[in-house]
Design a protein around this ligand. Sequence first.
Ligand code: NAP
Length: 244
Amino acid sequence: MSDRRVALVTGASRGIGAAIAERFARTGWDLTISARGREALDDRAEQLRAHGGRVEVVTADMSDDDAIGSLAQAHVAAFGRCDALIINAGMGQRGRIEDFPARRFDKLYAVNVRAPFLLLQQLLPTLRATAREHSAAKVVALASSTGVYPEPGYTAYGATKAALINLCETFNLEESENGISATTLAPGYVDTDMTEWTKDAIPAEEMISANDIAVLVSSITDLSRFAVVPNIVVTRPGTYLHRA
Ligand SMILES: NC(=O)c1ccc[n+]([C@@H]2O[C@H](COP(=O)([O-])OP(=O)(O)OC[C@H]3O[C@@H](n4cnc5c(N)ncnc54)[C@H](OP(=O)(O)O)[C@@H]3O)[C@@H](O)[C@H]2O)c1
């Protein structure tokens, strides 16, 4: 079996997930990458394989329990280990409590909280086995500054990200003595497709870069089993400390 470390990255076809996958591939990791759209994933996989590692592609919609189960199974069947589980796929939608549709709330909750829970649960035996054999395994989940500092208009999104932070902290209490720990990253606006709607007001070049997030992920996955990092807030310069 290969000595290379292995990561599963969800939402890896573009934006933050693509930057994370790129950094892993460049630094000698093998990967499973996932998202819904096959074509963009295949293109991404080809670019990642140019770094010489193995890249498996699995399409999965994070609002579909069966697809999440198949993704976890496919990853384990392909590699038999998981040094880093990167729970990055997520959806955003703005709207105030006054008129935010309850069905949209359910959808956000499914993708941003239920899917991370299922991935943690289904990959737990493999994460534990990896930590036993290779000393540590890490989980990094993309939350949001709005999960720590609520903002008007982020009714459902902020609530799901707060739940994700709580889920990962509970995971650490239950699993960190087994060598596995989870870190949530809670950034303000990152320059990706998700923030396209606000780039008239906040120029892309003044946002956090996807590469900044990839650097953090890479550092976290290099930490030993004795360093447990619960949540990291990443803000923009200036007076945005408590705002996205
Ligand atoms: N951009 C920001 O300002 C910002 C700030 C804080 C936190 N975040 C969080 O960071 C993560 C990544 O955001 P991003 O800005 O990189 O987003 P993005 O550019 O919109 O990319 C989202 C990625 O996730 C996949 N995806 C979306 N919905 C999915 C679903 N239901 N099932 C499976 N895959 C899905 C997309 O591919 P497909 O469409 O093909 O599925 C794509 O690969 C999210 O969790 C987001 O909430 C972003």
